[in-house]
Design a protein. Structure first.
Length: 314
């Protein structure tokens, strides 16, 4: 059965037709409407366009935010003005097909579990390093949602007491120390300090800012300031993973997001910090660490697969 997966972002909507092996048969992309009243219409139009050329059996929609336990309502979306939005009911009434709604990080994590770096493992944690830190947890082969449907928000575990203010309203959340934005912050601090930050400071003068992609290029070039910025971010993430190991005991951590393009340069300090933080290290089984494989297509593939499974069990 073919399914449609739609991944709604703050600036774009990506959609695709996905087969049972997680392969995207056709993909589309449009800008996200600034008027939220038009957003559902944009999704409907995309699905109809894809359904004209493919036999579609189910539709999945992934979006950032808190999703209700019954996966019908977007309780709160950080980048779109949705509050208690009954998205599933609206889409089903217009498309006359079953629709599955899922958090975007969960959808991406499910894709990696089914078809990517996490396959062949029953218990997996995925962490995505972007503007924040997205989290997805698979336990015993099932996507973990928690008692209210909004579990797995690993980026908002408090990492430092009375720490940096987070966009969620709390202080000291992990994503303030281990995200792409955190990498930029560390790079700026190192640039301000001089010494090994000379190349970062020169880059800031030239470009007016220090983007994460530029830091990554300097890391690959062996720049000591950029390497130190990455080490700080990777250390925070690795230490947090030690705590996640104690609670969830995954077989594998999958790391995604823009920073993950650094591969082993990122994983190496993560593993070092993880080993220093995991309880009973050297006397217990530990997790492996892998880079996510499906990159920007993970949300589409994951939510399409979840929709197909839901339709098959209905």
């Amino acid at each position: 059965m073919l399914s449609v997966g739609i991944d709604i972002g703050g600036t774009k909507i990506a959609g695709g037709v996905v087969d049972a092996q997680g392969v995207i048969v056709e993909k589309l992309r449009v800008d996200t409407p600034t008027d939220t009243r038009q957003l559902a219409t944009a999704v409907v139009d995309m699905v109809r366009h894809l359904a004209e050329r493919h036999d579609i059996g189910a539709i999945g929609v992934a979006a950032a935010g808190f999703i209700s336990k019954d996966r019908s309502t977007i309780i709160h979306a950080p980048n779109i003005a949705w509050r208690n939005e009954p998205l599933r009911a609206e889409l089903e009434s217009r498309l006359h097909m079953p629709v599955t709604i899922e958090n975007d990080a969960n959808a991406a994590g499910w894709a990696e579990f089914r078809f990517g770096a996490g396959r062949d493992n029953a218990d997996m944690v995925m962490l995505t390093l972007g503007t924040g830190v997205g989290g997805a947890v698979v336990l015993g082969g099932e996507l973990f949602h928690g008692g209210h449907g909004i579990g797995g928000e690993l980026g908002h575990v408090r990492f430092e007491r009375n720490g940096r203010l987070c966009g969620c309203g709390q202080h000291g959340c992990l994503e303030q120390y281990a995200s792409g934005r955190a990498l930029q912050r560390e790079a700026n601090d190192i640039a301000d300090a001089g010494g090994i930050g000379a190349a970062l400071a020169a880059l800031r003068i030239e470009r007016g800012t220090i983007h994460g992609e530029a830091v990554s290029r300097l890391v690959l070039a062996g720049d000591p300031g950029a390497i130190e910025a990455l080490r700080r971010v990777a250390t925070a993430l690795g230490e947090a993973c030690g705590g996640f190991q104690a609670v969830l005991d995954p077989e594998i951590f999958v790391i995604g997001g823009g920073v993950a393009q650094l591969g082993e340069d990122l994983l190496r300090p993560i593993r070092t910090a993880y080993e220093s933080a995991v309880p009973g290290f050297a006397d217990r089984p530990i997790a492996t660490f892998e880079i996510a494989r499906l990159v920007n297509d993970a949300g589409i593939i994951g939510v399409a697969d979840l929709a197909a499974a839901a339709a098959g069990s209905a």
